[in-house]
Design a protein around this ligand. Structure first.
Ligand SMILES: NC(=O)C1=CN([C@@H]2O[C@H](COP(=O)(O)OP(=O)(O)OC[C@H]3O[C@@H](n4cnc5c(N)ncnc54)[C@H](OP(=O)(O)O)[C@@H]3O)[C@@H](O)[C@H]2O)C=CC1
Ligand SMILES: O=C(O)CCC(=O)C(=O)O
Length: 421
């Protein structure tokens, strides 16, 4: 499904619409439709059997009007240049929605990381960073984890960059392990930010979170921790979760702590004792209060949007809902909390990590979480009030308006738009 729909074209069209709605000069759209720079690299890696395998990777720097480019690195077999360009565009918008002094960037390598040994994975991380090092730096472009990457991979990448520079530059990468300049709360941040937006949306729509039913697609960093926080802190009942191998469903609610342990031990959520195996497609159609897509793009489309049975869709993933699906969900009164808002907690705590690295002074987890909550509530309120005020836009449209207005102002003041825009 994700192959047929080009998410870069989708975000370009959404930018066009938004620039028109804001009454801005077309030049603004022309600039934001394309990344400022896209680097395509090839990375030779010596495999454990002595052979050399060449991997293909990308780094896209979408726009740095508001600050250094910022965004994760994805290791996945379906990575493509267009996908990375779309993801970097979303990063510019996301950073602007939560008002961070960043632009957007994103990287990716075409690889099934699960097929590599730890040594091969380390060599790939180091090779990728060497290949893109000339365009990285704490004040230039700052990567972080995304699908298929984590604290360990960030640690290797940060170390490789230190070798390239000749000294430690901790602020060049975020999502690092704590011992090498990581921030407390970063591992949970995307999910915690998503939960903060869900709480705001629940308040705004009168949904009681205690015993609210939740379905989560994806059981990696974002999905598993969202399920954990919603069940542990809000008293929600998580009915079903999925990963790339299938889904586990229990109408009485899954024990998320036990499921996390089971996934760690077996590599899959399928077969979790007491649960029923269902398909990812069946999972998306379950009746629930909150659906959290936290896997990949283009999961809710024109083909299945009329079968979504949730009150709120909170996009933990980037780009899980197509525009066609957005229209169907809006007509059915399903509130979509868009990616550029709902999953902005990750980059927000990455920003906190970068600030802590610059100061060399580290905050407690409570301080991180309090600051994150403030940022997310502020962002939700600005998007939700615009959405209510307009009446003819959805939450995604409102979030794009907040973001593009901010990026426009930065570009204008910097003189990128000449006199007319
Ligand atoms: N990490 C972060 O800080 C941020 C991530 N995001 C976005 O959140 C999403 C998830 O990222 P993250 O959790 O970090 O990535 P992970 O690699 O940690 O997890 C991805 C999860 O998605 C699952 N998955 C893959 N394909 C499917 C499928 N077809 N159906 C169901 N599940 C599937 C994977 O399954 P399996 O476990 O079997 O591999 C895995 O559980 C992405 O869209 C990412 O861009 C957004 C903001 C920040
Ligand atoms: O933490 C970051 O810098 C970026 C996280 C990310 O890649 C995303 O929000 O999609």
């Amino acid at each position: 499904m994700s192959q047929e729909i080009n998410c870069f074209e989708i975000v370009q069209n959404l930018i066009d619409d938004c620039v028109e709605k804001l009454g801005l000069d077309r030049t603004v759209a022309e600039i934001l439709r394309e990344p400022q720079r896209v680097l395509s690299v090839s990375i030779p890696v010596q495999m454990d059997d002595g052979s050399i395998k060449v991997f293909k990777g990308f780094r896209s720097q979408h726009n740095n009007a508001c600050g250094p480019c910022k965004g994760g690195i994805r290791f996945h077999p379906d990575v493509s240049m267009d996908e990375v360009k779309a993801l970097s565009t979303w990063m510019s918008l996301k950073c602007a929605v939560v008002n961070l002094p960043y632009g957007g960037g994103k990287g990716g390598v075409i690889v099934n990381h699960k097929e590599l040994s730890p040594n091969e994975l380390e060599q790939l991380c180091r090779g990728y960073i060497r290949a893109i090092a000339p365009v990285l730096g704490a004040d230039m472009d700052v990567p972080a984890p995304d699908v298929g990457t984590n604290g360990q991979t960030m640690g290797w990448m940060m170390d490789e960059f230190a070798r390239y520079r000749g000294y430690n530059e901790f602020g060049v990468i975020t999502g690092k392990p704590i011992i090498v300049g990581g921030s407390l709360g970063r591992v949970e941040a995307t999910s915690r930010g998503c939960v903060f937006t869900i709480r705001q949306a629940a308040k705004a729509t009168g949904l009681e979170l205690k015993d609210a039913t939740v379905v989560v697609q994806g059981f990696g960093n974002v999905g598993s921790i969202a399920a954990r926080l919603l069940s542990r802190e809000d008293g929600c009942k998580v009915l079903a979760v999925s990963d790339s191998t299938g889904a586990a469903y229990d109408p009485n609610g899954l024990d998320i702590a036990a499921l996390e342990k089971f996934k760690l031990e077996t590599g899959s959520v399928v077969g979790f004792p007491g649960s029923k195996n269902i398909t990812t497609e069946e999972l998306l159609q379950l009746e629930c209060d909150i659906l959290v897509p936290a896997a990949l793009e283009n999961q809710i489309t024109g083909e299945n949007a009329d079968k979504i049975n949730a009150k709120i869709v909170a996009e933990g993933a980037n780009g899980p809902t197509t525009p066609e699906a957005d229209n169907i969900l809006a007509k059915r009164n399903i509130l979509v909390l868009p990616d550029v808002l709902a999953n902005a907690g990750g980059v927000t705590v990455s920003y906190f990590e970068w600030v802590q690295n610059q100061y060399g002074y580290y905050w407690t987890e409570e301080e991180v979480n309090e600051r994150l909550e403030r940022k997310m509530v502020e962002a939700f309120d600005s998007v939700y009030s615009l959405y209510k005020e307009h009446g003819d836009i959805n939450m995604r449209g409102a979030a794009y308006m907040v973001a593009i207005k901010r990026i426009y102002e930065a570009m204008k003041i910097r003189g990128w738009l000449g006199n007319k825009a």
